[in-house]
Design a binder for this molecule. Sequence first.
Ligand code: AMP
Length: 440
Amino acid sequence: MKDKDTKKPKGAKKEELQAVKGMRDIIGDQFHLYQGFFEKASEIALYYGFKPIETPILEKEELFTRGVGSDTDIVNKEMFSLKTKGGDHLTMRPEGTASIMRAYLEHGMQSLPQPVMLYYYGPFFRHENPQKGRYRQFSQFGLEILGTKKSIADATIIRIFVTILEECGLKNFTLKINSIGDTECRGAYRRELVNYYKKHLRSICPDCRERIKTNPLRLLDCKNPGCQEIKKEAPESIGALCADCKSHFKEVLEYLDAMSISYEMDSSLVRGLDYYSRTVFEFFINEENSDGEETKPLAIGGGGRYDYLPKELGVRKDVPAVGASFGVDRIIELESYAKLMPRIVKKPKVFFIQLSFEAKLRSFEVIEILRKAKIPVMHSLSRDSLSAQLAMAERTKTPYAILLGQKEALDGTVIVRNMDTRSQDTIKIDKLAEYLKKIK
Ligand code: AMP
């Protein structure tokens, strides 16, 4: 890693504590935005019959060098790798698919009824140049269907991704889709592509010249402005599909049509990783900036089929599979994101105010009664003054305040105050939940 991995703003003292560059603390409401998304996406996945899986953050480095491919940006430039004291080479997972295939094989999931459908979410790590929406630690939510070749599995993943985006309130998204064929037809296509690019050697960027030798499909991934004209005229993979790949792709598109899911065919979409075959797709979002202008489409998720991943991992088992992942950091930062809250976060209904040590002693009793009755409560137990606590109740706009003073603590009562009308009732502590439910 060439650059310094800790942020050091000008004038900062050396000993100043800071998070590592490209990594952030996620606090309070921002945390809830993530949890709200994970909850919604998991719920939808569960309805479709997916089961959860969590794989370790550290994996053996070769899982990714073999699985993802040694000529990809992820493996070449972006992996956080380390050598343990025991001499093992480990990597902080840069993506989820290779780990999930590893887990499927390790746990003999082939003997379960096929296909095996799994969902996951959590942190992933890539040593990229940090900017808005691009972090070195970022969150993904993903789905994988392992153990079937059927086109309906590809369509299922896309269906669920569209549903998740819709339930998150997002409308302006585009689905781009392509097929890059299988071992049967990809060789011929690769040769066609190489022959075409060789004719334009002088006009393409040095990276592309290298890609011709190492990973020709990635020529179509090039973002260099100088290569775009050449790319536009490049032969298309769908033109070279064999009969099986063609009918697989046709079926995927028919499923999408039948579900009224709109898509754009994009012949330059190859997705950079070695393990993909046949269907590849990506979701983009078009948002307006503060001046009402449309910004550059932002990739919010993508995936595809990966029928050859076990072979790349050196395993002689045929496990056709398909999957995709969302970039959750990007979704929750969108203007149009519905700001989903996790179910456990509830709008407080009452503010509990205690006065005197005797009242503090009974505070937990009152809070427990409310918690068990599922009445969301706020409080500030470390404060003593009535006015400070009342001011907090006003600020948080809770409709009721519960006051527990010395006298009430001794009587086993509380005062319930309607914050709007300022009317008050004295209620026995053991009747409090019942009372609050009635006046809801
Ligand atoms: P990929 O596996 O590269 O296709 O990533 C899937 C999605 O994850 C992308 O569409 C992005 O939305 C998101 N993503 C990838 N890399 C990053 C990153 N460094 N920071 C934030 N989000 C990312």
